[in-house]
Write a protein that binds this ligand. Structure first.
Ligand code: NAX
Length: 331
């Protein structure tokens, strides 16, 4: 039998946590034969609610769960972990400036980076979901220097899934008949959802999405803004931010990081830029990646036209600004 994996979820008493934990505990992420020890972190005022979640997980009587720990201490939650979903973050309150929110959150990720550095396995894979996700991941890694940089990433998979679903709906095909949608840059409204390298299966044949959709005005306009503003549309409708879809995307991201991508396929995740596609080095930029043996590699050689270039530069510029603000906030 396999040794249990230790998996941490932060913000585990929150709404994404509530959806994420069940999928994880069922075996959707690490496989249905992989036992798990769940180490759940939230802040002290939320410990009663977290305890309720721990009780519910016990009551699911799931075959893979070996233990569930709930704590407000990052040193306990991160002890010996193999994987971390860093979901917990400070929500935006009314009247709060974007800058103040960033400052508050990067401090959380500084502290958590420090704790990961002290107690997590050096092979831990860390997925940051809490916003501003890209910059939080950057700071977290910076304060965990003993863990390789490649082990940190931020989530743009929800944006990728949204793009895929929009294209499928436009074409009237199942979601599985669209692949290769890319998210470039920041998980924010400056992200660039790009279907110029995507394919769709129409009448039993895989064809480039731009050809299948055959509506450049839509693909360069409404499609992009729909994906960019989808988070706000969910909030307007639900009075709560995306949770079910965010949790599912986090599971997709971590699943593929551990299991790898099928031959010839790629997924988007925000990782350390090495300067690929003329992006500034050292920011957490979302790229198309292939994954093998738990290692991601940025897909090289995709053609970038002037339209894409401008969008890719704009989101890079925002990430550079966030990095400056974050470093100042941590000083
Ligand atoms: P909730 O407010 O429901 O839950 C957040 C939980 O985190 C709360 O229980 C809170 O007590 C906890 N928390 C706060 N500070 C913490 C800390 N220092 N350590 C541990 N736990 C802490 O928010 P939810 O809807 O679950 O969203 C969580 C985060 O995901 C937010 O930052 C949100 O902006 C972000 N999102 C990111 C997405 C992405 O695609 N990258 C999409 C969905 C989501 O909006």
């Amino acid at each position: 039998a396999k040794e249990p994996l230790r998996v941490c979820v932060t913000g585990a008493a929150g709404q994404i946590g509530y959806s994420l934990l069940f999928q994880l505990a069922e075996g959707n992420v690490f496989g249905r034969d992989q036992p798990l020890i769940l180490q759940l972190l939230d802040i002290t005022p939320c410990l009663p609610a977290l305890n309720g979640v721990v009780m519910e997980l016990q009551d699911c009587a799931l075959p893979l769960i070996r233990d569930v720990i709930g704590t407000a201490d990052p040193l306990v939650a991160f002890k010996d972990i193999d994987a971390a979903f860093l979901v917990g973050a400070m929500p935006r309150r009314e009247g709060m400036e974007r800058k103040d929110l960033l400052a508050a959150n990067v401090k959380i990720f500084k502290e958590q980076g420090d704790a990961l550095d002290k107690v997590a396995k050096k092979t831990v894979k860390v997925l940051v979901v809490g916003n501003p996700a890209n910059t939080n991941a950057l700071i977290c890694s910076k304060y965990a220097p003993s863990i390789p940089k490649e082990n940190f990433s931020a989530m743009t998979r929800l944006d990728q899934n949204r793009a895929q679903a929009q294209v499928a709906a436009k074409l009237g095909v199942p979601n599985g008949s669209v692949r290769g949608c890319i998210i470039w840059g920041n998980h924010s409204s400056t992200q660039f959802p790009d279907v110029s390298h995507a394919e769709a299966e129409v009448d039993g044949r895989w064809v480039p999405v731009p050809e299948a959709v055959n509506d450049q005005q839509f693909l360069r306009g409404e499609f992009i803004t729909t994906v960019q503003k989808r988070g706000a549309a969910i909030i307007a409708a639900r009075k709560l931010s995306s949770a079910m879809s965010a949790a599912k995307a986090a599971c997709d991201h971590m699943h593929d990081w551990f299991a790898g991508t099928p031959a010839g396929r790629f997924v988007s995740m925000a990782v350390f830029s090495d300067g690929s596609y003329k992006t500034p080095e050292g920011i957490m930029y979302s790229f198309p990646v292939t994954i093998e043996n738990g290692q991601w590699k940025i897909v090289q050689g995709l053609a970038i036209d002037d339209f894409a270039r401008e969008k890719m530069d704009a989101t890079a510029k925002e990430l550079c600004e966030e990095r400056e603000e974050a470093i100042a906030a941590c000083a």
